[in-house]
Ligand binder design. Structure first.
Ligand code: 6GU
Length: 233
């Protein structure tokens, strides 16, 4: 099999959270096709003590536990290679976005570190983490679902992962606009008809209608992203 375009390794205390995600749907197909590689690694396998301890109490006191540096260092050092970017998933990281997904899709090997408890020892962040990423302004119990979110959004930027390449250009956020409404058969459902223009076969008209729907929805729901490109009237 040829070399995957992007390889993902995830260091987590909960590798089972990723098994369904890695094998189902587009990600499962992309892996089978050899377009990507994705593997979960149990942090517990990188402990050396008899109880496989991965956390400890914080110096200085306070609630919760901190992930110990030694197992993380061993895991990262055994999985990284020249050219690897090490990403730590944390709510205080850089906000994830389509531009970031595109940037990461250009990197051959992404090693993701999922935090649990109150986070990881600061010295790991200083010595081994290249990028810190958040998936939004809310707190998850651990970073493993956030790693899955990144892998999903990055993988669909890899050529061949989506069926039709043009689907990418029609995405919400592609031109800094939300998506347009979609309809399929039947033409009438519960008394509600599909907009006439979509049945017209006039592709210029259809494109103009879709763009106006996108502008309107973005103006209503996300004026913050609209102001980045087109000045609102
Ligand atoms: Cl990346 N991790 C955790 N634990 N919570 C989050 C997050 C990441 N992004 C938003 N909330």
């Amino acid at each position: 099999m040829s070399t995957p375009v992007v390889e993902f390794d995830v260091i987590t205390l909960f590798p089972g959270m990723l098994t369904g995600f890695f094998s189902e749907s587009m990600i499962g197909r992309a892996r089978t096709a050899g377009l990507i590689r994705a593997e979960a690694h149990n942090l517990r396998d990188f402990t050396t003590d008899r109880w496989h301890i991965t956390d400890d109490r914080p110096f200085g006191g306070g609630a919760g536990m901190v992930m110990k540096p030694e197992p993380l260092a061993r895991a990262i050092d055994s999985l990284r290679r020249p050219g690897t970017t090490v990403i730590y998933l944390t709510p205080d990281g850089e906000p994830f976005s389509t531009p970031l997904a595109r940037e990461f899709a250009q990197i051959p090997h992404l090693l993701m570190v999922s935090g649990h408890y109150e986070g990881i020892d600061e010295r790991i962040r200083e010595t081994r983490i290249d990028r810190e990423v958040s998936i939004g302004d809310y707190v998850l119990t651990n970073g493993t679902l956030a790693a899955a979110v990144l892998i999903d959004a990055i993988s669909r930027q890899v050529p061949g992962v989506l069926g039709e390449e043009k689907s990418l250009t029609q995405d919400s956020f592609h031109h800094s606009l939300l998506g347009f409404p979609q309809y399929t058969r039947p033409v009438e459902f519960e008394g509600r008809a599909v907009p006439e223009v979509l049945l017209s076969g006039n592709h210029g008209e259809i494109e103009r209608w879709r763009h106006s729907r996108q502008l309107e929805k973005t103006r209503q729901r996300r004026p913050d992203i609209l102001s980045k490109t087109i000045q609102p009237s």
